[in-house]
Design a binder for this molecule. Structure first.
Ligand code: ZN
Length: 491
């Protein structure tokens, strides 16, 4: 007599909404929360779920920590001595690939074949930074318009909105911190103080041949250059090569053609201002990576591409753990030491204008609010004698008087040239029309305004060392990071 073993009960594989629908749909907030709960049930010893707070409309903002060492709190994770990598997704909720990739990684790193990576890393995932925008799902959002070079090949079920439910563009809000979601992220970032931060986007800028473009902070004049140089010259090229080798997906540094219609016109990047997350994190001296999947490949290919880049980043950081931690820690030590012993030619490149709404809702800029060019920054020791303090006070008063004079650059700034469509990367400086925005927002009185951008000025990007004292000019001569300087003035 023969018998075969009784068939195993059928356990449906754990799939994300995108996987389950053949990439026809992306996950809603409830799908994300439900999926996380399911993975957590299967791998309680490798995963903790916490919350970074609530969105403006009261949706929970989950944070998932993956570790094999019980390193589920910031203190425990830093004690464990492994690099901490924080990954943020869906800050622009029409750019959903990172969210889908992070959900799949949660599964594959706890109960799947990627488990061994957790031996070498602590991972902190934010799958849904903009849950209110995410659930305003529509096929009209980021709709493909090749004529205008906008939108993307969407999943047929549609995607969320770029801005939050309240109308904030979170990737312009890092300095002003006006959105509750920005506050939640800043608090979480400060608590965890990760060595590496990755931010996931999708770009609908110039037509090019890359499946993904990447970048790191540009704030080398104000932030510590160590982490910027490391990510730019070592980590990103190595990751890009590995993705090409293993997945045949192409990557390159983020940018757009100077003239969208002419690829020969040059490849230019966006201003190094800390209203953008990457540059903000550059100022904090940690390693930052921006990922921009290419809008014009299909949704499934985009998820595959960003997953490939994330995986190679995890592998690189795991394989270079000592180097990565040392780079971040050295920047931290240097920065603290510089703060304790300030020098007269220390340079802090902060230059911004103040924005207000005109009666028709238009954004108008008054700037410069703070003088920067032709202004001497006086630094004296705290224990300095009275005369020095008096001189410092006089210098500050002179600066203020000068700042109040009408600026000779007035009328030549951002409002004139900086936002010209043909000179700025569309993805980063898009200004929605009133009608466009009103249509996108289902709740609206405040949504009737155009995109609520924080303020920015291109002058910082165009700022040349000739305005500095000779000694500072010498010290700040662009070396290996010179390539970060914009190729041309935006004035
Ligand atoms: Zn984006």
């Amino acid at each position: 007599m023969t018998h075969s073993d009784p068939p195993l009960p059928h356990v449906p594989p754990l799939l994300t909404r995108a996987e389950r629908t053949g990439f026809a749909e992306t996950s809603l907030h409830a799908d994300v929360v439900g999926f996380i709960r399911q993975v957590r049930r299967l791998a309680p010893d490798r995963m903790r779920v916490t919350s970074m707070g609530k969105s403006a409309e009261g949706r929970d903002m989950p944070v998932v920590v993956l570790s094999d060492l019980d390193a589920f709190t910031p203190a425990a994770a830093h004690r464990a001595g492994k690099p901490i990598v924080m990954v943020n997704a869906n800050i622009h909720a029409g750019e959903v690939e990172g969210k889908e990739a992070l959900l799949a990684f949660m599964r594959d790193m706890t109960i799947g074949e990627l488990r061994p990576l957790l031996d070498q890393l602590t991972l902190v995932f934010i799958p849904l930074l903009n849950p209110d925008g995410n659930d305003r799902i529509s096929t009209e959002n980021r709709k493909l318009d090749l004529e205008a070079l906008e939108g993307q090949v969407n999943p047929p079920g549609g995607v969320g909105t770029r801005n939050t439910g309240e109308g904030w563009n979170l990737n312009r809000d890092y300095m002003k911190q006006e959105a509750v979601e920005s506050n939640n992220l800043a608090r979480l970032y400060g608590q965890w103080w990760p060595h590496v931060f990755v931010d996931c986007h999708t770009t609908d800028g110039s037509i090019h041949a890359y499946d993904l473009t990447y970048d790191t902070a540009h704030t080398s004049r104000s932030g510590h250059p160590g982490p910027i140089e490391y990510v730019r010259t070592k980590l990103l090229p190595a990751v890009s090569d590995a993705v090409w080798h293993n997945d045949r997906r192409r990557g390159f540094f983020y940018g757009n053609y100077v003239d969208q219609d002419d690829p020969k016109s040059g490849w230019e990047t966006y201003p190094g201002l800390p209203r953008f997350g990457s540059h903000y994190r550059g100022l904090t001296g940690r390693l930052d990576i921006l990922l921009e999947t290419y809008s014009y490949i299909d949704f499934a290919a985009r998820v595959e591409t960003i997953s490939a880049f994330l995986l190679e980043i995890f592998r690189y950081v795991a394989a270079h753990a000592g180097e990565v931690i040392a780079t971040a820690e050295e920047a931290e030590r240097d920065t603290i030491a510089r703060g304790r012993d300030p020098q007269p030619d220390d340079l802090v490149g902060i230059n911004y204008g103040a924005a207000r709404r005109a009666s028709d809702g238009r954004l108008v800029f008054d700037w410069p609010v703070h003088p920067l060019e032709e202004t001497t920054i006086v630094v004296s020791s705290i224990s300095g004698e009275r005369g020095r303090h008096r001189r410092q006070a006089h210098a500050a008063q002179r600066s203020l008087r000068r700042a109040r004079r009408p600026c000779r650059h007035r009328g030549r700034g951002l409002h004139r040239s900086g936002l010209r469509k043909d000179r700025e990367p569309r993805h980063l400086h898009r200004h929605r029309t009133l009608r466009d925005c009103a249509e996108r927002s289902t709740r609206a009185p405040r949504g009737a305004l155009p995109e609520r951008d924080a303020v920015h000025s291109n002058r910082a990007a165009a700022w040349e060392p000739r305005h500095l004292p000779a000694r500072a000019r010498e010290r700040r001569r662009p070396g290996a990071l010179g390539v970060l300087r914009p190729r041309r003035s935006h004035r």
